[in-house]
Design a protein around this ligand. Structure first.
Ligand SMILES: Nc1ncnc2c1ncn2[C@@H]1O[C@H](COP(=O)(O)OP(=O)(O)OP(=O)(O)O)[C@@H](O)[C@H]1O
Length: 212
């Protein structure tokens, strides 16, 4: 595979004549690149560009490549880039298992195979036996784990994290952060982490790109 990982090649994003983002970088499989910067510096804007949902009011140039393939002009769903937000919500009218099934790749058709995958996924995140539960009966940390797993089950080739830990208390935060990074490493996913928190950057252990 040519150049595995996520490549940002001369990505420049402007708004009203002001350059917000200017980045060229390569994030290897299993590596975490942390993006930090003050409020309004363009962190979420960069993630929108990568997933293909940048607001038309921005002017952008540069290529986004995933495993050597240029995905800059693909529709968001064709990019296979997973994103996790601070307030990621589970579908409240679906059970925990159905929420996970929603993320499962369409290629997994058989009922038994889907159930087996979901049970294994719940076990992976320490929630074995939770398939029938309603999301609103879960704690914040449990919901965060289900959101993460739902996203991973959709088979992303890169992982973007937009302050996904900031609502969690310190103890849960450490555990979930570890789980996210361990899953990214296990799946060989390049990770781009947007955060205000230096503890997140330290836990990620990789390089830091600053937007000012
Ligand atoms: N749809 C929009 N219309 C107008 N301005 C926008 C829009 N979206 C973002 N902006 C502006 O673009 C700049 C970058 O916003 P962005 O959300 O990327 O910042 P951020 O670094 O993620 O901030 P925060 O840390 O507060 O989330 C800000 O000045 C913001 O006001």
């Amino acid at each position: 595979m040519p150049d595995p990982g996520l490549t940002l090649d001369g990505v420049v994003i402007r708004r009203d004549g002001r350059t917000l983002v200017d980045i060229s970088d390569h994030v290897a499989p299993g590596e975490v690149l942390t993006v930090m910067g003050p409020s309004g510096s363009g962190k979420s804007t960069l993630l929108s560009y990568i997933i293909g949902t940048l607001d038309a009011g921005f002017a952008a140039q540069g290529q986004v490549k995933l495993n050597g393939t240029d995905i800059t002009d693909l529709a968001p769903e064709a990019r296979h880039v997973g994103i996790l937000f601070q307030d990621d919500l589970l579908f409240p009218h679906l059970s925990v298992g159905e929420n996970l099934a929603f993320g499962l790749r369409a290629s997994i058709k058989g009922r038994a195979e889907r159930k087996r995958k979901i049970d294994a996924a719940l076990e992976d995140i320490g929630l074995a036996g939770f398939a029938a539960r309603d999301p609103d009966t879960l704690s914040g940390g449990q919901k965060a784990r289900v959101s993460l797993m739902r996203m991973l089950l959709s088979g992303p080739k890169a992982l973007l994290l937009d302050e996904p830990f900031s609502r969690l208390d310190t103890e849960r935060r450490d555990k979930i952060r570890e789980l996210v990074f361990a899953q990214a490493r296990a799946n060989g996913l390049p990770v781009l982490l947007v955060t205000h928190d230096h503890a997140d950057a330290d836990a990620a252990g990789g390089r830091v790109h600053r937007l000012d």
